[in-house]
Structure formats: C-alpha cells, structure tokens
Design a protein around this ligand. Structure first.
Ligand code: NI
Length: 183
C-alpha cells in the first residue's frame, strides 16, 4: 500500500467545505480501499487523525486513532476509527488549550483552545449511526479533523500566535522539558 500524497496549507481544497458521503458509496470496493489507504497514510505519516480533504478528496470522511507518538508519549491507545459525515452537536463551555500540529501544516506546532467535552454524531464505515460523548485528546482530535471538513486549519484557531513553534523548537522546549520533569 502506498502513502497517499497529501495537500498542504495554501491548497484551496483545504479551505472548501467537504461534501457528504452518500450511504450507497459505503458498500463499494473503492470506498473500502480508500478507508484502508487513509488509515495507512495516517500511521505512516505519524498522525493521529487524517481528513479526506488532506489527501485531495473533498468528502466528509476522517480516520482517527489514538496511540502514543513522539509528541504525545503518554496517549492511551484507541483502535483506528473511520468517521463519516460527522457533526458536533454540543460543545462544553469549558475549554482546554493543548499543543496541536497538522499533516497539512508541516513543521509547526501551536497551542489551540478547544472544548473539553463534545457530543458528536457520525456514521461508521459499516453504515451504523453513532452518537458519542467524549472528552480530552479524543475530543480534540474530533474537533481538529471536523474543522478540516469545514475548511478550517488549526492555525486559524490559535488565539496566541506567539505559541507557534517549529517542530525542532517544540522538541527542545516542550518535549524535553516534559521528559526532565518525569525524572
Ligand atoms: Ni490536520
């Protein structure tokens, strides 16, 4: 399987609203192959989420997975999930700020405020309708990825642009510090 080519910030496709996926498409082999390629591309690129517009496909499709990564070594594991036509139906008033990066914005990290808890409705790859209440990192990934379906990038959500860092600085100043704190 190949890593799919990714769109990057500046590509107008990342600023468009994604189209809904018709339920009939779920049964096609092309759709099943696309889902597998998305999960594969997400993993190989070191991401915890990937939205279809990021691989040049302007439809409301996301793959997500939680696992420890270099940036989040303490993240809990959660199996890959395919999310179709999602909609966030409620956001908690309480917000938390945490570091985010994006495969479409290579080399940058910044602190993004997000709702701590959300309720999200979506369809699974099997066509099952799901309503999920979630919080923490999983809720953050949902919000980041669903933003992609509305043409919004994490840099648009940053309130203090002075938190923006290159990955090199982030590793040195944030990750190394975290490690030292644990010792
Ligand atoms: Ni992203």
């Amino acid at each position: 399987m190949n890593v799919l080519p990714r769109t990057e910030i500046g590509d107008p496709l990342l600023r468009k609203k994604a189209r809904r996926i018709p339920k009939a498409y779920l049964r096609s082999q092309a759709f099943k192959d696309l889902c597998r390629s998305m999960v594969y591309t997400m993993r190989r690129s070191g991401g915890v989420g990937l939205a279809a517009p990021q691989i040049g496909f302007p439809y409301a499709l996301i793959s997500m997975e939680m696992r420890p990564t270099r940036s989040r070594p303490s993240a809990k594991g959660k199996k890959p999930l395919i999310v179709i036509n999602p909609k966030i139906t409620s956001f908690s008033k309480e917000r938390t700020s945490d570091w985010e990066g994006c495969l479409s914005v290579p080399g940058l990290r910044g602190k993004v405020p997000r709702a701590r808890k959300i309720t999200v409705e979506y369809m699974t790859a099997e066509g099952e309708k799901v309503t999920e209440n979630t919080s923490g990192l999983w809720a953050r990934i949902f919000q980041h990825e669903i933003d992609h379906l509305n043409g919004i990038l994490f840099v648009d959500r940053i309130e203090d642009t002075r938190t923006l860092m290159t990955v090199r600085e982030f590793r040195e100043r944030v990750l190394e510090k975290r490690k030292k704190r644990k010792v």
